[in-house]
Ligand binder design. Structure first.
Ligand code: MN
Ligand code: MN
Length: 340
């Protein structure tokens, strides 16, 4: 199956305040476990209060975003996320987003369900507009005429005013229930690399360090020119990829035997089924930066080189028809990016 797609040829839903475009399983058949959204909010632009069945994980690729959410115990969060940061909202919990950077923000959302669509979420304005005014007044304990100007159509994305200072907004949102025990945000691009060589590094966020992120694990890969994400596979989950910067070329290996090679550019999406072998070359002259996202509670990877160096030499030497001394030179220590 085709394992390349791109946000660059997905239609934008454009509003005053920002835009959104998506690639779900409807357009990209292979992407069973993750659907992707690319959204841009202006400074002050609001993605309105809403909720949905799928859990939502996001990576801020530009600018900064203020998020609000609340859990089933009434514990509310207001947090700011800047470039290279993540947020995670569990299935069914309500939230909102607002661009607060100098030029707003842009981000990539992953839902933990390939069929989930950003254009079919439960919107607070839709519910209010489709509830009789008397019932709304009864629900909120206010006179019915105070609600006479509510929007009759959903807002989805709209231009808002810039929010107040974070501490003041946190104080307004906080109740006796306090804050949720787990933060909804995590700075992925500042975490200590899982693997670092002279050719690049890999930074991982899963439930071991980003504790709120119970259904999504991710890795931010930076591959310098001439480098290669070494041959490997993931035993636990399909891999959804988003290419942020640079030029790459991925080869995927499956039974058959089948092997397919494909180029990737910024804005492109890749998808590798669970346990399929793959590697990625940096084919440009700048850093190749891309995200790996997994519908899983943890990040897990098997390295081809590591496997062969930790198998008895005679077995590997006979299989590859090489001298044992050659195998001694394979990189040890599970380097994710080669040459070491
Ligand atoms: Mn959402
Ligand atoms: Mn991989």
């Amino acid at each position: 199956p085709i394992f390349w797609a791109s946000f660059n040829n997905a239609p934008r839903r454009i509003h005053n305040g920002g835009w959104a475009r998506q690639v779900t399983q409807a357009d990209f058949a292979i992407s069973e476990s993750i659907s992707g959204v690319n959204m841009r909010l202006t400074r002050g632009g609001i993605r309105e209060l809403h909720w949905h069945l799928a859990a939502e994980w996001a990576y801020v690729s530009r600018g900064a975003c203020r998020i609000t959410t609340i859990d089933q115990f009434g514990r509310a969060n207001v947090e700011d996320v800047r470039e290279g940061g993540l947020w995670y909202f569990p299935s069914g919990l309500p939230h909102s987003l607002q661009g607060i950077g100098e030029d707003g923000c842009e981000f990539i959302i992953c839902f933990d369900d390939g069929k989930a669509t950003e254009f079919n979420t439960l919107l607070v304005t839709d519910w209010l507009a489709h509830t009789p005014p008397e019932d709304l007044a009864l629900n909120f304990g206010v006179p019915v005429d105070t609600l006479s100007k509510i929007p009759l159509h959903d807002l989805y994305i709209f231009q808002g005013e810039m929010p107040g200072p974070l501490a003041a907004e946190q104080q307004q949102a906080a109740g006796e229930a306090g804050q949720p025990p787990l933060r909804s945000t995590f700075q992925l691009n500042e975490v200590a690399p899982l693997s670092k060589t002279r050719s690049g590094f890999v930074q991982v966020a899963d439930s071991s360090n980003f504790k709120a992120s119970k259904t999504i694990a991710s890795a931010l890969n930076t591959i310098h020119p001439g480098g290669m994400r070494a041959m490997h596979w993931h035993p636990n989950a399909d891999e959804w990829q988003y290419f942020i910067a640079g030029q790459g070329q991925m080869t995927v290996f499956n039974t058959g035997p089948q092997a397919v090679t494909q180029n990737f550019n910024p804005g492109d999406i890749g998808y590798v089924k669970r346990a399929f072998g793959h590697y990625i070359l940096n084919t440009g002259d700048t850093d190749l930066v891309y995200l790996e996202v997994f519908n899983s509670v943890y990040f897990s990877e098997v390295s081809l080189s590591d496997w062969l160096i930790h198998t008895p030499r005679a077995m590997v030497a006979q299989t590859m028809n090489v001298d044992r001394a050659i195998i001694d030179r394979f990189p040890d220590g599970r380097p994710a990016i080669v040459p070491v």
